[in-house]
Design a protein around this ligand. Structure first.
Ligand code: MYA
Length: 455
């Protein structure tokens, strides 16, 4: 989930649009330079000392200068009956509430609140506009709980002014699988910012996780906090360059024209892989086996423990998630899968466009080139087969995204995305997403070894 997304927001400069016509070498050099500059900037942010974090310095997280080669809890778990039974105190005039996403009115209220107050890019040009259907889907996976969808209301008016959510996830760090909560959608009303309400929200969701016997959490943010396990850059693939330019998301490079951009980003009418089709319910067990085997390649990845989870997260869900499989025409085995989700952004103050339709790459897998043994390394030949195949699968995913009228296709530089980002004409964006774990000591993870995609 690209967020706090301020800097994670696939935002202002689709810089690569400005590099579309460069020769490959200049392009690589410019990318390397930009990467170095942004890493330096990131580094200086990281040097922010712990003392300045009034809240985070009190929490069980690694300090900026701490490195761990061990994996395990920072603080021990406590018996559930010793967990504080009463909610955190809120300032006078505010009260806790729970949002029931089965209830039309609660879901609509949360949608309205996030649409007006959630993550914006640094320039205030775009704001995430997670749809009503999306929020219902994202917040009710198997194992969801109403008491993990926590809001704050103004007592007198009942107005919703803050929110935070948790859902369960089995996260594998290296070879250790732990049941954690995945924290998302932390939001405080614009008018109530900088009043230390966020730490209260975080403490309350922590208490509610503890009440269920869960003492670890995973979350992502654009904000730099102590201490990222990994940091991944955003990449963007234009599908509708004209609209992206009109929205201020991309620019026409000085040595190019709109007509050339349109030609450059045109995708075929139809997918090319034989057997490429929409995923169906009958594919669920095979997709689960394929995806879990594929995710074993990474050091920080979810495990899908049941078919029910695949039904929820991966099976197509109208207006929310699109998923495709490749069925081998001879054996009828599912050899590949790819999915993406819809996360539009409001275009703020643009006379022509109000919404940017963005697709985000979700989970994918292939068995081409993968060794039989789970998590096994690829030799050189297998690596080539694997890279070619991922390119073919992604090219078809782009075709389908364009057909669904998405303007841009976003992806992070995680998993094996490096094999196709530049070939499929993705350009690096100015956003970064930090991955964090709470109360979990673990070594840093390279971005290519992250296998978790958060919404
Ligand atoms: C075991 C279970 C554990 C469960 C919990 C695990 C941890 C979960 C952690 C949450 C994961 C969320 C994942 C997502 O949803 S990331 C998405 C975050 N949301 C947005 O960016 C939406 C727009 N922004 C806002 O709504 C507000 O600015 C927020 C709510 C972000 C902060 O409100 P506000 O601006 O009014 O500030 P404050 O005065 O109340 O509080 C200031 C303190 O808050 C720290 N802060 C600021 N931003 C974040 C952030 N994104 N994650 C964690 N901490 C953050 C900040 O460093 C400072 O602490 P310290 O520096 O002084 O120490």
């Amino acid at each position: 989930m690209p967020k706090d997304k301020q800097s994670q927001m696939p935002s202002l400069q689709d810089l690569l649009a400005g590099r579309g016509d460069m020769d490959e070498e200049s392009r690589r050099k410019l990318e390397a330079l930009l990467r170095t500059l942004s890493l330096q900037e990131d580094d200086s942010k990281n040097k922010k000392d712990m003392e300045s974090h009034r809240f985070w310095r009190t929490q069980p997280v690694l300090k900026y200068d701490e490195v761990s080669d061990e994996i395990g809890a920072i603080e021990p778990s406590v018996p559930v009956d010793q967990v504080k039974q009463t909610p955190e105190s809120l300032p006078n005039d505010f009260e806790w509430c729970e949002l029931d996403m089965r209830d039309e009115q609660d879901a609509k209220e949360l949608y309205d609140f996030l649409t007006k107050n959630y993550v914006e890019d640094d320039g205030g040009q775009f704001r995430f506009d997670y749809s009503f259907e999306f929020l219902r889907w994202a917040l009710q996976p198997p194992g969801w709980r109403k008491d993990w969808l926590v809001g704050v209301r103004v007592t007198s008016t009942r107005r919703l002014v803050a929110f935070i959510s948790a859902i369960p996830v089995h996260l594998r760090t290296m070879d250790k699988v732990t049941l954690m909560t995945e924290i998302n959608f932390l939001n405080v009303h614009k008018r109530l910012r900088s009043k230390r309400l966020a730490p209260v929200m975080i403490r309350e969701i922590t208490r509610r996780s503890h009440l269920q016997g869960i003492f670890q959490a995973v979350y992502t943010a654009g904000a730099v906090l102590p201490k990222p396990v990994s940091t991944c850059q955003y990449f963007h693939r234009s599908l509708n360059p004209k609209k992206l330019v009109e929205c201020g998301f991309s620019r026409v490079p000085h040595n190019s024209t709109m007509a050339r951009m349109i030609k450059n980003y045109k995708v075929p009418e139809k997918p090319a892989l034989e057997g490429f089709r929409v995923m169906e319910a009958k594919d669920v067990p095979e997709v689960r086996a394929l995806l879990n085997k594929f995710l074993a390649r990474y050091q920080f990845a979810p495990e899908f423990e049941s078919d029910e989870e695949i039904v929820h997260w991966i099976l197509p869900h109208e207006k929310v998630v699109w998923s495709y499989v490749v069925e081998d025409p001879t054996t009828h085995k599912i050899t590949d899968m790819v999915s993406f989700y819809s996360l539009p952004s409001t275009v703020i103050g643009n006379p022509k466009h109000s919404t940017l339709n963005a697709a985000y790459l979700f989970y994918y897998a292939t068995d081409k080139g993968l060794p039989e043994q789970k998590g096994g390394e690829l030799d050189e030949q297998a690596q080539a087969t694997f890279g070619n195949r991922l390119n073919e699968v992604m090219a078809d995913a782009l075709v389908m995204a364009r057909k669904q009228d998405f303007d841009v296709f976003n992806a992070l530089h995680l998993m094996d995305n490096h094999t196709f980002l530049s070939t499929q004409k993705f350009g690096s964006g100015d956003g970064f997403l930090n991955f964090y774990v709470y109360n979990w000591r673990c070594p840093e993870v390279q971005q290519e070894k992250i296998g978790l995609v958060m919404l």
